[in-house]
Design a protein around this ligand. Structure first.
Ligand code: NAD
Ligand code: LMR
Length: 341
């Protein structure tokens, strides 16, 4: 038992490279009682860079907070339930992670979540980001709620309306795409997944997810059909989980892991350490695509540098051309949602 626990802690420590010696950092998870929110909150409680952890949800969060608060790590943890408690949850936050919203069911695309129940996720994200703009305007936001391709533009427009938008601080979480690409590639090559790195660019839905296996570490001599299969599996990774869960939601545990890695990179950046991850941000690396996922360097003010996609194979160039119309349409839909409100 004990040695299994030690191995778990060591594995988490490998992924989460945070130094415990950073500034005191307050982190909030909005949607903390949900399928992602609960394991993510636990992982944030285990992050030594976090000194205060606010767990907010519209329901059922008090028990989650009481449970997690007993874990013997530094972060002082409190639960906040319902809109009246949101201001207190957010005040003083350095980082706000938002997994609040409805997940997909089999047969739905992420974009269908925009249409479902009168754009419920779009409204949830807009409302929560408004509160962030009022109560912790300098915080870095990690947006997980789908459709990310639209919810990040929604967050940006919402903060613009409040006059507190800083493009460096609004980041869509696409880390799960990178996590999946690494896992599937390592499995195909039969190499240690810890030695693998793969950038994933574009967006976070279907063909807008573009893994760049031509830039993978370690390199490969895979056939075109293998690259095609790996690309499709990465693009359809979310659907694979949605189908396996058969109506009981989408990825929660792998997402919590991915979100915890990404949040840790943001905290390392805030604490002046070098951190580079893929993220979906306001970007000019691809002309006419105002939000785009690519490698970003994180620093004390959020995104410091957005890296261009680099050299692509013909297959990847075609994938990039193909994804742009869908991504642009999703961005416009998000912008419209806020501007017409
Ligand atoms: P879930 O239904 O299990 O949990 C959602 C939680 O949000 C619930 O606890 C609910 O009470 C809460 N919530 C609803 N409205 C809220 C509000 N206004 N304020 C605060 N909390 C609110 O769903 P889940 O499986 O955790 O997924 C959440 C979202 O994350 C979905 O939109 C899903 O599509 C998305 N997701 C994104 C990624 C990604 O890679 N970015 C991966 C997986 C899931
Ligand atoms: C994922 O990639 O797992 C998430 O975006 C959830 C989904 O709907 O697929």
């Amino acid at each position: 038992m004990f040695s299994t626990g030690s191995k778990l802690v060591a594995a988490l420590a490998r992924g989460m490279a945070t130094s415990a010696r950073g500034k005191e950092r307050k982190v909030a998870v909005l949607g903390a009682a949900g399928g992602i929110g609960q394991p993510l909150s636990l992982l944030m409680k285990m992050n030594p860079a976090v000194s205060q952890l606010s767990l907010y949800d519209v329901a059922n969060v008090k028990g989650v907070a009481a449970d997690i608060s007993h874990v013997n790590t530094k972060a002082v943890t409190a639960g906040y339930e319902g809109p009246d408690a949101l201001a207190d949850a957010l005040k003083g936050c350095d980082l706000v992670i938002i997994p609040a919203g409805v997940p997909r069911k089999p047969g739905m695309t992420r974009d269908d979540l925009f249409k479902a129940s009168r754009a419920i996720n779009a409204g949830i994200v807009k409302g929560l980001v408004e509160a962030c703009g009022k109560y912790c305007p300098g915080a870095i936001l990690n947006i997980i709620s789908n459709p990310v391709n639209s919810t990040v533009p929604i967050a940006a427009e919402t903060l613009k309306k409040l006059g507190v938008y800083d493009a460096r601080k609004v980041l869509g979480v696409t880390t799960l795409d990178v996590v999946r690409a690494k896992t599937f590639y390592a499995d195909k090559l039969g190499v240690d997944v810890a030695s693998v790195d793969i950038p994933v660019v574009g967006g976070h839905a279907g063909i807008t997810i573009l893994p760049l296996f031509s830039q993978a570490t370690p390199g490969h001599s895979l056939k075109a059909e293998d690259i095609n299969a790996l690309t499709k599996r990465t693009q359809d990774g979310g659907t694979e989980v949605v189908l396996a869960k058969a109506g009981k939601g989408s990825a929660t545990l792998s997402m919590a892991y991915a979100a915890a890695l990404f949040a840790d990179a943001c905290l390392r950046g805030l604490n002046g350490q070098v951190a580079t991850e893929c993220a979906y941000v306001e970007s000019s690396v691809e002309p006419d695509v105002p939000f785009f996922a690519s490698r970003v360097k994180l620093s004390t003010e959020g995104v410091e540098t957005i890296h261009p996609v680099g050299s692509l194979s013909k297959y990847e160039k075609d994938g990039l051309d193909a994804l742009k119309p869908e991504l642009i349409a999703s961005i416009e839909k998000g912008v419209q949602f806020v501007q017409s409100a």
